[in-house]
Design a protein around this ligand. Structure first.
Ligand code: PLP
Length: 402
């Protein structure tokens, strides 16, 4: 008998499991709105033109080797990534107070940041929004931050921000606690604080020395503007305080499977930042030694060339705009059907997802009867919609709620 005979079958991941179920469904009209990956109007995955161009340049360069990167990754990529999120004129960058390490996309950046905090930060309580991306609690717990708590974020009654609850919960958090913040395009709700609310959150957090850990998985994807989507983060950097930042290029550059991301820790001084970086190396080395070479080389090629950077922003905005237009089309389709309820949150929410408010029973009904797949919390990936499947989804929602 196998030495593993006693092992139990683990459940599927709640998000990736949706795709597993979708792939098994033989129905030709099935629609996958589960995973947050961009699809074209034709329903196809997209590799940006500028990415193809950068890859071609790299392939044609005979001076490029496949040597190991340093533990901290590609230095040029790290610098450019910090500039992208904090702004080229960020005082923290000019004063050399940012330690940046290349990591395995957003998830890897969160995990390395979590392990660093578990080893070197005095407070192991981490607050995450209720609800949040399902992987957050597991990433932090397994990183060694065992006390994961929720702060109120979403109000189902208004389908908007529970700002009062958020302030109350952070207000009663222990001093110094870590607070996970979605930089923009909150997943799964699509609800972000206004700039005015961000400012109040910042003041409260700084007054209690709560340590911000930003998760930026959608810079540029929310509004179509890279700078606008970084405003929340830059507010916190501008006050001179410290913070962590996990960056992903999965969505905004379509680099999903290449696993390109960066962890930056903004410190009070260059001296602290350099010691922080030395300790980040000790976290990374026994975990995976050093990060991959291809993805960050592509990203750096694009970020450092002003003309390619421009081309990226145009392609990025086109993705954001298509998603925004899908919101309008879905809203209009429900209105045309006279579907009961207020569906204005579909056009008010931002980013890749709509948090529909559909119950898990309604979600199950839509999968059963219409072969439409989404996570059981009623979250749909707007990037998976197109003119062809919007009417199918609208029919399904209409049938589910009537
Ligand atoms: N954080 C949030 C909020 C996300 O939605 C995602 C992806 O869905 C990630 C982090 C991590 O993504 P990746 O590891 O692919 O960069």
């Amino acid at each position: 008998a196998s030495v593993f005979a006693g092992i139990a079958q683990a459940p599927e991941d709640p998000i990736l499991g949706v795709t597993v179920a979708f792939n098994k469904d033989p129905n030709p009209n099935k629609v996958n709105l589960g995973v947050g990956a961009y699809r074209t109007e034709e329903g196809k995955p997209l590799v940006l033109n500028v990415v193809r161009r950068a890859e071609q340049m790299l392939i044609n360069d005979p001076t490029r080797y496949k040597e190991y990167l340093p533990i901290t990754g590609l230095a040029e990529f790290n610098k450019l990534s910090a500039k992208l999120i904090f702004g080229a004129d960020s005082p923290a960058i000019l004063e050399n107070r940012v330690a940046t390490v290349q990591c395995l996309s957003g998830t890897g950046s969160l995990r390395v940041g979590g392990e660093f905090l578990a080893r070197h930060y005095h407070e192991h309580t981490v607050y995450i929004p209720q609800p949040t991306w399902g992987n957050h609690p597991k990433v932090f717990t397994l990183a060694g931050l065992k006390d994961v708590r929720y702060y109120r974020y979403y109000d189902p009654a208004t389908r908007g921000l529970d700002f009062k609850g958020l302030l109350e919960d952070l207000g009663s958090a222990p001093n110094g606690a870590i607070v996970l913040i979605h930089a923009c395009a909150h997943n799964p709700t699509g609800v972000d604080p206004t700039l005015d609310q961000w400012e109040q959150i910042r003041q409260l957090m700084r007054s209690k020395s709560l340590l911000p850990f930003f998760d930026s998985a959608y810079q540029g994807f929310a509004s179509g503007s890279l700078d606008k989507d970084a405003q929340s983060v830059r507010m916190f950097v501008a006050d001179g305080g410290e913070l962590l930042m996990a960056q992903s290029y999965a969505k905004n550059m379509g680099m999903y499977g290449e696993r390109v991301g960066a962890l930056s820790i903004v410190c009070r001084s260059a001296d602290v930042a350099s010691r922080v970086e030395s300790q980040l190396k000790l976290v990374i080395r026994p975990m995976y030694s050093s990060p991959p070479l291809h993805g960050p080389s592509v990203v750096a090629t694009i970020l450092k060339d002003s003309e390619m950077f421009k081309e990226w922003t145009v392609e990025l905005k086109a993705m954001a705009d298509r998603i925004i237009s899908m919101r309008q089309q879905l809203f209009d389709a429900l209105k045309a059907r006279g579907t009961p309820g207020d569906w204005s949150h579909i056009i008010k929410q931002i980013g890749m997802f709509t948090f529909t408010g559909l119950t898990s029973e309604q979600v199950a009904f839509m999968r059963q009867e219409y072969h439409i797949y989404m996570t059981s919390d009623g979250r749909i990936s707007m990037a998976g919609l197109n003119a062809k499947n919007v009417p199918i989804l609208a029919d399904a929602i209409h049938a589910a709620v009537t």
